[in-house]
Design a protein around this ligand. Sequence first.
Ligand SMILES: [Zn+2]
Length: 86
Amino acid sequence: MIMKQNNKLLGFLCTTFSHHYIEEQKVTNHFKTYKCARCGKEVATNAKGKLEAITKKNKEAYSVLSSFVRKKRLSKNNKQLETNCN
Ligand SMILES: [Zn+2]
């Protein structure tokens, strides 16, 4: 309960002063996920390099992409893949 109230307050700070995103997962050089240290909101860089909120809908796509990238990395150098991700 206390946590929830804190989140509300922190969420207010976020909407007032903007989120404090920290890098959570680096999938490629151009694709990273971030999490707000204050309210826990998750975002990711989209194809245009802008941050967009991670929703239930696209979260699955991101996890598929990140596991795909990881597999690629294991099999060969991922230089080619990273250019494809632009
Ligand atoms: Zn936040």
